[in-house]
Write a protein of this length. Structure first.
Length: 421
């Protein structure tokens, strides 16, 4: 029997939080007692692990706490400073994997006990299995403001956060650890007309560095992938105005750069020179497409690449689309068709894994899943803040059967296993 692809209501999570008084829980100041009940009317829930964390911008606690389980109840205590708008997240595991998740906000005052009723949601899908998230709202190293893109290379997960003007590197094998390094990029404000805005990131091995695109100032910058040291501005053609997304193509030892302003697709080598050939992105009716924003490599054979490009027209009521291109080295892109107009509103990032295209839709707050010919398969997630839901998702990266999504207005990066087909 095919499992449901969308979320569905499952057991309610009743979470009682006892905010600490002056002595705290067990005589330890700054600890919160937790009593959690998972009310399951069907009686089929088999819980083997429950973990909780409480985060807020104004304190540094950002770790998960394991609760003691007895039947469908769990209890324990964790570090937390009393205050308003404490964001509570609960992960419930069955058979060693996250099966249900719940989240909500509560005010915690010293000496008070609050009951927070949350509805857990299933995170099952035929295509994805959620594995966790990185970050929470705040300005500390392990926190994020509005992450917009991610990339994995050289043993790191790289995250760009334009609102905080930072570039961060995390260990993808243990994403609950603090970042390995963090670089504040605001020093580049001195070189730009507007504040520096690092929006997308890609690893460029032939350059020996990371490329970070600033679409506001129309520039590309190179950074050391090992510690984030600025290696200098990457010289790009004068015609490149609004670099929106980047993609490395190993065959050409070069990087595709999508220019939203002129609806063009540049292919740049490690010296910043553009390959010859056409650059304008036309649709299959020979009209220039509107507002291209994301690019993914579907396949590559010899000097030919098959690409998918997302387009998000600015006119209200005009749906976004995916355009498919055959790119021949030295000649440029040729459109072979398009899809998605019935299922997309404002697509952003796109990535390809296991013969599937994953498109983040910033307006629909969901991942839209297509086959590589544009056939619609599923919509994963909806507007929300609990695990597996999104608020303005932007960049998407796929690698080694793992998918990463910059969930920008939830201040985090979510990661998933892509199920083998």
């Amino acid at each position: 029997m095919k499992r449901p692809l969308a979320f569905f209501a499952v057991p309610a999570v009743i979470l009682a939080l006892g905010a600490c008084d002056l002595t705290g829980v067990g005589g330890e100041p700054g600890r919160v007692a937790l009593d959690l009940e998972i009310a399951n009317p069907s009686g089929e829930l088999d819980v083997d692990r429950v973990r909780v964390r409480i985060t807020a911008p104004d304190f540094d606690a950002d770790r998960w706490y394991e609760l003691d389980i007895e039947g469908n109840t769990a209890s324990g205590s964790l570090d937390c400073e009393p205050g308003t708008d404490r964001f509570v997240e609960v992960d419930v595991y069955e058979d060693g994997a996250i099966a249900y998740t719940a989240a909500g906000t509560v005010d915690l005052e010293p000496g008070e006990t609050k009951t927070l009723s949350l509805t857990a949601d299933s995170v099952y899908s035929d295509y994805l299995r959620i594995t966790g998230r990185v970050g929470s709202f705040g300005t500390r190293d392990h926190q994020l403001d509005s992450p917009s893109d991610v990339a994995v290379a050289q043993g790191y997960l790289y995250v760009v956060d334009p609102a905080a003007c930072k570039l961060k590197a995390c260990d993808p094998t243990d994403l609950e650890k603090p970042p390995v390094w963090v670089r504040d990029l605001s020093f580049l404000d001195e070189e730009t007309d507007s504040p520096y805005f690092p929006a997308t990131v890609a690893y460029f091995p032939e350059l020996g560095g990371l490329l970070v695109a600033d679409p506001v100032n129309g520039r590309l910058d190179a950074f050391d992938p090992d510690d984030g040291t600025h290696l200098g501005e990457f010289t790009a053609p004068d015609g490149l105005v609004i670099p929106a997304d980047m993609l490395h193509w190993p065959t050409a030892a070069s990087v595709f750069v999508v220019d939203t302003d002129d609806s063009e697709l540049y292919l740049l080598d490690s010296d910043g020179d553009a390959w010859s050939g056409g650059r304008v992105l036309y649709d299959d009716g020979a009209s220039r497409i509107e507002n291209p924003v994301g690019v993914a490599l579907i396949s590559s054979a010899g000097e030919t690449a098959h690409l998918a490009v997302t387009s998000a027209p600015e006119d209200e009521g005009t749906p976004g689309r995916i355009y498919f291109y055959t790119y021949l080295l030295g000649e440029g892109p040729e459109c072979t068709g398009s899809a998605g107009g019935e299922h997309l509103e404002r697509p952003a990032g796109i990535a390809c894994a296991e013969g599937l295209l994953f498109v983040a839709d910033a307006t629909l707050h969901a991942l839209k899943i297509f086959d590589t010919e544009g056939g619609f398969l599923d919509s994963f997630g909806f507007f929300g803040d609990r695990l597996g839901t999104f608020t303005n998702p932007l960049g998407v990266f796929a690698g080694d059967l793992r998918l990463y999504v910059a969930d920008s207005l939830n201040h985090r990066v979510q990661h998933f296993d892509v199920l083998e087909r």
